[in-house]
Design a binder for this molecule. Structure first.
Ligand code: NAD
Length: 376
């Protein structure tokens, strides 16, 4: 699926970069190094505009998502985001916290589809906490998470009840919202193993019953794609038991948030998983690692930049139409891992005689860059 304008062969691209907080600036700077190598190798020009959002934006401007940031993102070809949030801002009221910037960007840019590929790289098989036989079968799942509806955007509040103060959040989906995310999932499945698993809680939730009806309806337009439905509690078990059987998983905002983090763990580390958030054709997509700002390791230069680097590959493919360049980044990442280079988060039970070398954030991006331009 491409969101770039067909026929747009210019090689000059404007990328809005939101480094954010914690490890966000480290992983986004490391990724820019790789993008710059792509630019030199293929003769492209990436023009970066650094923007404020999250905690740092609160400190500088008093708001987590300045209007100027939204405007600059809208006029870019794509947005690259590090991560936002941290303990410094944790005591602020919910609507003023750094994470509001994420929800704001998603709704302002109309980013309704979050694509999260969860792949177990063969070189990282030992980083998979599952049974070795399960890991040996391989894991390659593409999560398609609805991103602008459901409980994260539904009506919420507090009120008095017989049991004292009561808080509520509302899960609501309409037909159009489910239709467009289902189409996204089926289109992606057509380019993969042609299998969609729709995850819901239709045995309990009315919103899930509508979700299932609409997905069944959309499926009629994709007769080649096999569709099955799974309750979210069962899906969380099956992902552990037989992850190799999944291809594309489509689900709601909240279920997708939780299940894709589970997938991050079974594929090694949250530091490995990229994501793309897409809206209507021709609008800028947003690309970010699925991890947060990791305040516990911020500033130590040990964060894994590969999730962000792989997000850049998704950006090149999905927003800029640069498939060959995207594949080049993915090949370089696989090459560096197979050479034994690891950040600390992806060392699992390996021994030094396994030829594993633990390196830092910028050493890792440097290795990817060197592999990309053909230097060992
Ligand atoms: P987190 O993803 O930041 O960290 C969870 C654990 O994973 C930590 O131990 C961390 O050190 C580790 N980790 C994360 N990314 C890593 C990487 N690239 N390399 C190595 N280790 C990595 O989640 P959290 O601790 O729940 O949240 C921290 C802050 O980030 C909070 O303020 C939260 O709201 C925010 N957050 C932001 C985003 C986002 O910007 N998209 C997403 C999730 C959480």
């Amino acid at each position: 699926m491409k969101t770039f304008k067909e026929g747009n062969y210019m090689s000059k691209f404007r990328i809005a970069v939101i480094p954010g907080d914690g490890i966000g600036p480290e992983v986004s700077n490391a990724s820019r190094e790789v993008l710059d190598a792509v630019a030199v190798k293929y003769g492209h020009s990436f023009i970066y505009e650094e923007l404020l959002a999250g905690g740092i934006a609160i400190d500088v401007t008093g708001t987590p998502l300045p209007k100027s940031t939204v405007a600059a993102c809208r006029s870019s070809d794509a947005v690259l985001l590090g991560a936002v949030g941290g303990p410094k801002w944790d005591t602020l009221p919910g609507d003023q916290r750094p994470e509001r910037a994420l929800l704001g960007l998603r709704s302002e840019l109309g980013l309704f589809a979050n694509i999260r590929p969860a792949v177990l790289h063969p070189a990282l098989a030992s980083a998979c906490p599952l049974h070795p036989d399960t890991a040996a079968k391989g894991i390659d799942i593409c999560f398609v998470r609805e991103l602008t509806g459901g409980m994260y955007f539904g009506e919420r509040g507090r009120r008095q009840s017989a049991g004292g103060e009561e808080a509520y959040d509302t899960e609501a989906y309409n037909v159009e919202e489910v239709k467009r995310i289902a189409h996204t999932a089926f289109k992606i499945a057509m380019g993969r193993k042609k299998h969609v698993t729709s995850v819901d809680k239709a045995n309990v939730l009315e919103s899930s019953r509508l979700w299932r009806e609409v997905v069944l309806d959309v499926a009629k337009e994709y007769p080649e794609v096999e569709l099955d439905h799974m309750y979210v509690d069962n899906a969380s078990m099956q992902l552990i038991k037989r992850p190799g059987d999944f291809d594309v998983v489509v689900t709601s905002n909240m279920f997708g948030d939780i299940l894709s983090d589970e997938a991050a763990m079974i594929t090694g580390s949250i530091g490995m998983l990229p994501s793309a958030s897409l809206g209507a054709e021709g609008t800028p997509g947003m690309y970010e690692p699925i991890h947060g700002s990791a305040p516990d390791i911020a500033g130590k230069h040990i964060a894994n930049p590969l999730a962000t680097i792989l997000s850049c590959a998704m950006m090149l493919r999905m927003s800029l139409g640069l498939e060959r360049e995207a594949e080049d980044i993915e090949t370089a990442v696989a090459d560096v891992l197979s050479q034994g280079y690891r950040t600390a988060d992806i060392v699992y039970g390996e021994r030094s005689d396994d030829n594993v070398m633990v390196i830092g954030t910028f050493e890792m991006s440097g290795k990817v860059k060197k592999s990309l331009i053909g230097i060992k």
